[in-house]
Design a protein around this ligand. Structure first.
Ligand SMILES: [Zn+2]
Length: 149
């Protein structure tokens, strides 16, 4: 799998878990409309664009939203590959060893683990979708390191 394919697979699995009720179809969080939602390719509001995480615009209520909205990843600046790595690998025994092995600073890792409650329904769904797509923690780790996360 190339970096581009992995990025696409990460986004696809994330959105399938995020919008499980609509089978991965982005839905406006305000008016719950799906028909008028457009992906933002040239973001007029760059602050809602986070790397591989797509942003959307609802042409009905004019709201902009990222697919991370209303998930534990809301407002994150950490790449999706890093999150996927932690979601797949589970809670580490040692924060120090995990930060060394995964190439994530201890501070960032601590913040991520605090947000990733293991029994959060979204996290469980994403983990399943990642596994179904054949994505491994090791793959995500290599990808995240290359991105300079
Ligand atoms: Zn809307």
């Amino acid at each position: 799998m190339t970096s581009k394919q992995l990025d696409a697979a990460l986004t696809r699995t994330f959105e399938a878990a995020r919008w499980a009720d609509s089978h991965g179809q982005p839905t406006c969080p305000k008016c719950f409309d799906a028909e008028d939602v457009r992906v933002v390719t040239q973001p007029s509001r760059p602050q809602v664009c986070r790397g591989a995480v797509p942003s959307y615009h609802c042409t009905c209520c004019l709201r902009y939203f990222a697919s991370t909205y209303d998930t534990p990843l809301q407002q994150t600046k950490i790449p999706l590959a890093c999150w996927a790595c932690v979601v797949l690998a589970g809670r580490p025994g040692s924060l120090y060893e995990a930060s060394q092995a995964w190439g994530i600073t201890r501070k960032a890792l601590y913040a991520m683990l605090r947000k990733l409650e293991p029994d959060h329904p979204f996290i469980g769904r994403w983990r399943q979708a990642l596994k179904r797509a054949g994505i491994t923690a090791e793959q995500c780790h290599r990808h995240a390191v290359k991105e300079g996360a």
